[in-house]
Design a protein around this ligand. Sequence first.
Ligand code: MN
Length: 298
Amino acid sequence: MGRLTSKTFGQNPLGIHWIVLEKEWTEEGARRAAGKARALGYDFIEIPPIAPGSDLARATRQALEAAGLGATVSLGLSAEQDLTSDDPRCREAGEVFLAGLIDLCGEVGASAINGINYSAFQKYAAPCTPAGRAASIEAMARLGEKAGKVDVTIGLEVVNRYETNVLNTAAQAVAFARETGSAAIRVHLDSYHMNIEEPDVEGAIVATGELLEFFHVGESHRGYLGTGNVDFVSIFRGLAKAGYRGPISFESFSSAMIGQPLLGILAIWRDTWEDGEDLAAHALDFMRSYLKSAREGR
Ligand code: MN
């Protein structure tokens, strides 16, 4: 298995979040999810933040190797791991957790740590304080130094206002990443969130430019691509205009697959799908088609 680079997978490796394919990431679940992703034709899979040094990490590496899949790690921090917290114990716990995930990347062959890794993944009741933001940037600067040494990138996922109070727009993430001063700290954008927060999705992708390191493709209601109101023509045109060659991954949630606390944080109150494999097969066709259109349009 190669690392997730354009060298090993060509332009824009296409991936899928593991939660579309399996309910639990156990040793057996990892084997099944990796096998399904490979059979469907995906290049990589987003795996959960499993414990470094664990039997599950070893089994995950074996499952990825057997399937010939690349991997990234995706997560959202808990309130007890919040890098913006005014409680130093929470900030410390978050930084220790993320440092462990950099080790995990080496153990399983993953290339990046993406998601809401700079604050808690939750609805906040007040804006982030300047001190909270500064503390998160300082922690990310240290983590970026560790990650950069082992060729791992950390993608700050820009999400809507109900899931963090720190990075809701691409421009905020670009500023945050630059302030860390670390080349390993980059930006992760998501069409579902951009559809809520960005006045100009195409312009936001182009403006992120070289700092873009990961892209989530999701529909406005988190279900089948093309059945909601995300403007995928503009999204993929933006990716092409930005010259983006990095990974693109399909993310979708249904209560057919997820339970608490994720279900509650994401507010999945009704199901848009039950058959994850059918959804995933359709998503891969959809992404390939829109990528092709965008490239030809250039
Ligand atoms: Mn996402």
